[in-house]
Design a protein around this ligand. Structure first.
Ligand SMILES: Cc1cc2nc3c(=O)[nH]c(=O)nc-3n(C[C@H](O)[C@H](O)[C@H](O)COP(=O)(O)OP(=O)(O)OC[C@H]3O[C@@H](n4cnc5c(N)ncnc54)[C@H](O)[C@@H]3O)c2cc1C
Length: 412
């Protein structure tokens, strides 16, 4: 590596959804900055895409506000080809008559080209983000595991290696962005505390085959056994499909994971009910332990935290990646006027970023936390509030608008 390649303005550690999205935003909005992205594993490509944790068998609901950002990056046509549109969100409480159906008509300006969002399988999202990134001037270092960080007055020095038996190499940068996931080794090294509350739940994720088309409806269903989301997926080989995410107790998750396919199919149908018609097939299930983990510092001099490393949310409201995209956009805005000779990790730039993002983060984290808590409980008080909530969503236009606005990713 030449001397110039050993020094960049911004180094992003982690090439998952957060790191890759930030690199794309910086390349688009801050072309004056030299950016490097370091990922410890091989980068995803269309042929073998499931290498990074971000781009596994999950599907992601991308809200309308985020689609607008992808449109600005020129990525919407590529995403559209692999995604299913969300035209309506149906929220209901299993076992009760009320349900609220929310469409883009409920709020002015909270849709993107007439849709509330789109759902894309992560295995398709990875190659889209990374092939776009390969066309930018971002320096892509992979496999490159960051093993040590030393803060300096002008930024940070990173030590990284390409593999177990490789020699350490160094990279200095003005700003280091930790996008290395929920158990961020970088945060530990920097002594940044993460507050974490476990939900005592696991998210079970699978794909179901549907007998009838989903018609672009995303369901949020609150059941006695935990909240369940059923998200529309593009048809494959003529089969209608949906992604199912169910947050349930650990023991329940173990039981369902051990079931045969016919047993699992029957169980999931029984829990979800019949609003989306008959489930005719179910894939393997993956489980994800759930917690609300928030880094106590989202930024400090010469350092910013991004993605799961900054905030790991309950997935039922589909907000984690959408919030991260808005954070990435905020950071790109704050750095867009930084001249190449200024230090991008300066406190005044980062303070502007932090202040710009604080309210949206607080509201989105609160929204994601309250929904599963409220809807997981079978207590009579929570049930009462839930019914009022459902009625409220059904009857009261401002409440509906607020919900649609948040769900559609127009946080702030
Ligand atoms: C079940 C589930 C469903 C979800 N559904 C939605 C949804 O519908 N909508 C939504 O908005 N959000 C959703 N989310 C949230 C979304 O998945 C996260 O926002 C996203 O995964 C954030 O990824 P990340 O890049 O921050 O972290 P990660 O995916 O963990 O990526 C971190 C990367 O850093 C790399 N790394 C780690 N250490 C090092 C090192 N030392 N050196 C170099 N590289 C390193 C890792 O290899 C990895 O590639 C969901 C989450 C879950 C769990």
């Amino acid at each position: 590596m030449g001397e110039s390649a050993r020094k960049v303005d911004v180094a992003i550690v982690g090439g998952g959804m957060a790191g890759a999205s930030l690199a794309l935003m910086l390349s688009h909005f801050c072309p004056q900055l030299r950016v490097a992205l370091l990922e410890q594993r091989a980068l995803p490509d269309a042929a073998a895409s499931i290498q990074l944790p971000s781009f596994d068998t999950r599907a992601t609901a991308i809200a309308a506000g985020s689609l607008q950002l992808f449109q600005e990056l020129g990525l919407w046509p590529a995403l559209q080809a692999y995604s299913a549109s969300i035209e309506r969100i149906h929220v209901s409480d299993r076992g009760h008559a009320f349900g609220a159906s929310l469409s883009s008509r409920e709020g002015q300006g909270v849709n993107f080209e007439g849709i509330l969002g789109a759902v894309i399988e992560n295995a398709a999202l990875g190659p889209i983000l990374h092939s776009a990134l390969a066309r930018t001037s971002t320096q892509l270092l992979a496999p490159a595991q960051v093993t040590d960080i030393n803060m300096t007055s002008a930024g940070a020095n990173l030590l990284w290696r390409a593999g177990e038996n490789s020699l350490d190499q160094s990279l200095s940068c003005g700003l280091v962005v930790a996008a290395d996931g929920v158990n961020s080794p970088l945060c530990r090294q920097l002594g940044i505390e993460i507050s974490s509350v476990k939900y005592q739940q696991r998210a079970l994720v699978t794909t179901v085959g549907l007998q009838k088309p989903h018609n672009g409806v995303a369901y949020e269903r609150f059941t006695r056994l935990g909240p369940m989301a059923l998200l529309p997926l593009p048809d494959r080989e003529g089969h209608h499909r949906a992604a199912l995410v169910w947050a349930c107790e650990e023991a329940e998750a173990e039981r369902v994971s051990a079931m045969s396919e016919p047993e699992r199919l029957e169980k999931l149908q029984q829990i979800f009910g019949w609003r989306a018609g008959r489930f005719i097939k179910v894939g393997a299930v993956q489980g994800y332990p759930l917690s609300l983990s928030i880094a106590q510092e989202q930024w400090r001099r010469n350092v910013v935290l991004m993605g799961n490393c900054a905030h790991f949310l309950h997935p039922v409201a589909g907000q984690g990646f959408n919030l991260t995209l808005r954070d990435c956009y905020g950071l790109a805005q704050a750095l867009s006027t930084v001249s190449p000779d200024a230090l991008p990790g300066r406190l005044d730039f980062l303070r502007e970023y932090g202040e710009m993002r604080r309210l949206d983060q607080q509201l989105t984290i609160g929204f994601s936390d309250r929904i599963p808590m409220l809807f997981s409980s079978s207590g009579w008080l929570q049930q009462g509030i839930r019914q009022l909530g459902m009625l409220g969503l059904t009857m009261v236009p401002p409440l509906r608008r607020e919900f649609v606005g948040q769900a559609a990713g127009f946080g702030l």
